[in-house]
Design a binder for this molecule. Structure first.
Ligand code: PEP
Ligand code: MN
Length: 263
């Protein structure tokens, strides 16, 4: 179902009046995790002003250490909804457990499946049973074919509204958190009709590298970007080192315009 053989025209995933996979590059931005309402709304207003269309933020965080901040759970979802209320933006958050799919779907506009759950087939099936758009991240060490097969699980359950997200893969290189695979963009476009966006924040792990790779992703044909932004990265409870300050994010949004026009 994800292949080009059955469907030749690109899929455009509609989130309200936002179209992902069309002519425009859609930018999703916000903090890694939702920490409190004040910081979240403040950041939300700033990324909106800079031109982001969709707000991100984690309420259920899949952390490497069980002792790290795990997210505010339903309280985080409530804060997200307040962010949507305050800005008029759409919202996306990750779900990590089949038991929470209904709850998360009741709050957000897009459900995110994180890299660590790309092959959690029961979870894929469960989000496939909803009609909500799904942001499907590429697994830490997943091939493009495995990733497309994961999207197949969601589609086979009845939900065709999938946005693929390249977020860097594990390689031998340690200079960046992951290695961004920009080749995935033309390869996916060749074999699938699904839209593909890029997450330069998790791909690089370093805010300084985010602008260059964002522009590279757009130049390579990405349908959008998902970028971590935090008003005070040093104080962030999660992924501060890869988060852009709002002012740097606004500057990047300006620099992206001519790149997007040129593709
Ligand atoms: C995230 O987007 O916050 C996240 C955890 O990303 P990934 O699943 O790509 O590591
Ligand atoms: Mn993160």
């Amino acid at each position: 179902l994800a292949g080009r053989e059955l469907r030749h025209v690109p899929t455009i995933v509609e989130v309200g009046d936002i179209k992902i996979g069309g002519d425009e590059v859609v930018v999703i931005a916000g903090p890694c995790a939702i920490e409190n309402e004040e910081i979240f709304i403040e950041t939300a207003l700033k990324v909106k002003e800079a031109g982001a269309k969709i707000l991100r933020g984690g309420a259920f965080k899949p952390r490497t250490s069980p002792y790290a901040f795990q997210g505010l759970e339903e309280d985080g979802l409530k804060i997200m909804a307040a962010g949507r209320e305050a800005t008029g933006m759409k919202i996306v958050t990750e779900v990590v457990d089949t038991r929470d799919v209904e709850l998360v779907a009741s709050y957000v506009d897009i459900i995110q499946i994180g890299a660590r759950n790309m092959q959690n087939f029961r979870l894929l099936h469960e989000v496939g049973m909803t009609k909500k758009p799904v942001l499907l991240k590429r697994g830490l060490s997943a091939t493009i074919e495995e990733w497309l097969m994961a999207s197949e699980y969601i589609m086979a359950a009845g939900n065709p509204n999938i946005i693929l997200c390249e977020r860097g893969i594990r390689t031998y290189e340690t200079a960046t958190r992951n290695t961004i695979d920009l080749s995935a963009i033309p390869v996916v476009k060749e074999s699938s009709h699904l839209p593909i966006i890029v997450d330069p924040s998790h791909a690089t792990g370093t805010w300084k590298y985010v602008p260059a790779l964002s522009k590279g992703a757009v130049a390579t044909g990405a349908d959008g970007l998902i970028i971590e932004v935090h008003s005070d990265p040093a104080a962030a409870l999660c992924d501060g080192p890869q988060s852009l300050r709002p002012s740097k994010f606004a500057q990047l949004m300006k620099e992206l315009e001519p790149v997007a026009r040129a593709v």
